[in-house]
Each structure stands twice: as structure tokens, then as C-alpha cells.
Write a protein that binds this ligand. Structure first.
Ligand SMILES: C[S@@+](CC[C@H](N)C(=O)[O-])C[C@H]1O[C@@H](n2cnc3c(N)ncnc32)[C@H](O)[C@@H]1O
Length: 280
């Protein structure tokens, strides 16, 4: 642990969801929201991400011909405080049958417990999109089903599915996510069958359930791969979709919608592959 860390506060007066989504796609260590501002903490400099953010906001200003005020502040702080403060802020999350807790909390009786400590990969159960997926897993995953977790992050979703008796494969474009998932599977006493650095395009088979909690733009980009890895009659769970991009995402998929779950601005879409075998 370094002695100091950087705290970046991002204050923006428009396009808040897009900015959060943009940052989430680049920074997986938890983004705190406080007084409408986004706070990112890291021992390493995030100046590159902030430069990218400024460029992104400039392009939004040009694209929408509008005014956007972006203020980024950077502070250097003593680490000790933050670790303790952060630990205290990480409390257990209950989503239906699942109880997600850090190791310094006891598991809860009568629940499917998932132990996840805050680390570098996204997926502590505190984000709306992860919770939407967990609700879908509770409803649709049956023992023996084969499931692919695309963008596994911490592995939280496939750990939940494995605890429900599914056979799970995992992938993520970030190698670190695979490492974190491996650790978290061991911590939870469950196993995945195959894991790879990459995406749905690298899958060698089709699955009963494919789940992808990734930002809307990426879901759109990999829509074909996600559909092709879902068995006929199988389920595709998509999350990470801000309400205003719902149609943009939906239009790229030709599966039928079974249901949509919404928490705040975030939508989790549950689709079924109703295509005939020659429909591909
Ligand atoms: C929002 S996190 C989701 C983590 C976890 N599954 C959850 O639900 O909490 C998205 C993850 O997708 C990964 N990712 C981004 N683009 C991807 C792609 N094209 N294919 C696979 N994974 C991708 C990121 O590295 C990140 O770990």
C-alpha cells in the first residue's frame, strides 16, 4: 500500500449518466457518488482518464451544440484514512436470496452468501446493474444449466449462478478481472469450468444463459456474438443500460423481450432466443 492516494472529484452539470458510464468503463475500483459529484480514488494517477474525459465532454458539447460545465479536482491524501473509511463504507448488500458481504462481515443464515472484498475488478453488488443481474439470476438460473458470464469483473454474477448449481464459464477483456474472479471463486468454495481473457466472440459453445453487464455501447458492438452464443430457447441477460439508451440497445437484438428490470436509471433486459435453427 502506498502512503498517498489521489482523490479526483468530477463535477458536471449535464450528461451525468453518460459520464458515470464512461468512467465505469475505465475505472473498476468503485466510484462514489456524493452530492451529485463522482469521486474516484486511486494510488495511481488517473490523469490520463481525466484527459480522456475532457475530450469526451468536448465532443458531447460539439455533438449536442450545448453548454456543459465540467470541473475536475485532484487531491493527494494519506492512505490510512481512506482504507479504513472505504472499508467502513462497504457494507453487505442483500438482493433477493443473495447476501453479498465483505470478509469482515459474517455470512447471513438462510441466504445464499457471496463473499467479495473490494478489489480492482468491478462487481461488489453495490451497483444497480449488478443487482439487476442478480435478480435475473435468481429467477432464471436452474441447476445444471450452462452459463457464460461476459465481462465477469469480480466474478460476482457467475459465483451467484454457480451457487445455484449452474456450470459457468467466464470471460473479460481485462486479464485482472480473470485473476480477481479466480480468487473470489476460491473464496466462495465454487468453481468455474473455463475462463478466458476475451469476449463472447471467443466462446467455443452455446449456452442456456448468457449474461453481460457492460455499458450500452459495448453491448451494441458485441450484440451478434452475444446472440450467437445463446442456445435456441436460451436466455440472454443484458445490463449496464441507461434508460435513454434502451431502444438503441434493443434494436440491435432480435430476441424477444421476456422482461425488463429497472432500478433508478439502469435497465436489465432479459431476452429469449426464439429464432429457429435456420434463423442465424
Ligand atoms: C460493469 S463491469 C461488470 C462486472 C460484473 N459482471 C458485475 O456485474 O458486477 C463490466 C466488465 O466488462 C468488461 N468488459 C468491457 N468490455 C468487454 C467486452 N467487449 N467483452 C468482455 N468484457 C468486457 C470490463 O473489463 C469489466 O470487468
Amino acid at each position: 500500500m502506498d502512503r498517498y492516494y489521489y482523490e479526483y472529484t468530477v463535477d458536471i452539470d449535464a450528461f451525468k449518466d453518460e459520464i458515470e458510464s464512461f468512467l465505469m468503463d475505465r475505472f473498476y475500483n468503485g466510484i462514489e457518488e456524493s452530492d451529485g459529484k463522482l469521486i474516484l480514488r486511486s494510488e495511481k494517477s488517473l490523469d490520463d482518464i481525466m484527459d480522456e474525459l475532457r475530450t469526451y465532454v468536448d465532443s458531447l458539447i460539439k455533438l449536442f451544440d450545448t453548454e456543459i460545465h465540467l470541473k475536475i479536482t485532484k487531491e493527494k491524501k494519506e492512505n490510512i484514512d481512506w482504507i479504513e473509511k472505504y472499508k467502513k463504507s462497504i457494507t453487505p448488500v442483500e438482493v433477493g436470496e443473495f447476501y453479498i458481504h465483505p470478509s469482515w462481515y459474517e455470512p447471513k443464515e438462510g441466504k445464499t452468501n457471496i463473499k467479495i472484498d473490494p478489489a480492482l475488478a468491478f462487481g461488489s453488488g453495490h451497483h444497480e446493474t449488478t443487482r439487476g443481474c442478480l435478480n435475473a439470476i435468481q429467477k432464471y438460473v436452474q441447476p445444471g444449466m450452462e452459463l457464460l458470464d461476459v465481462g465477469c469483473g469480480s466474478g460476482i454474477l457467475s459465483i451467484a449462478a454457480a451457487k445455484k448449481g449452474a456450470v459457468v464459464d467466464i470471460c473479460d477483456t481485462d486479464a485482472l478481472a480473470l485473476e480477481e474472479s479466480q480468487k473470489n471463486f476460491s473464496l466462495n468454495g465454487v468453481e468455474f469450468r473455463e475462463g478466458w481473457v476475451g469476449s463472447a466472440a471467443n466462446a467455443k459453445k452455446k449456452y442456456d444463459i448468457v449474461i453481460a453487464n457492460i455499458v450500452a455501447d459495448v453491448l451494441i458492438m458485441i450484440a451478434k456474438d452475444l446472440q450467437e452464443t445463446t442456445k435456441e430457447g436460451g436466455i440472454l441477460i443484458l445490463s449496464g443500460i441507461i434508460e435513454k439508451y434502451r431502444n438503441k440497445v434493443k434494436n440491435r437484438f432480435d430476441f424477444s423481450i421476456l422482461e425488463e428490470l429497472q432500478e433508478g436509471e439502469w435497465i436489465t433486459m432479459i431476452l429469449r432466443n426464439d429464432r429457429g435453427t435456420d434463423g442465424k
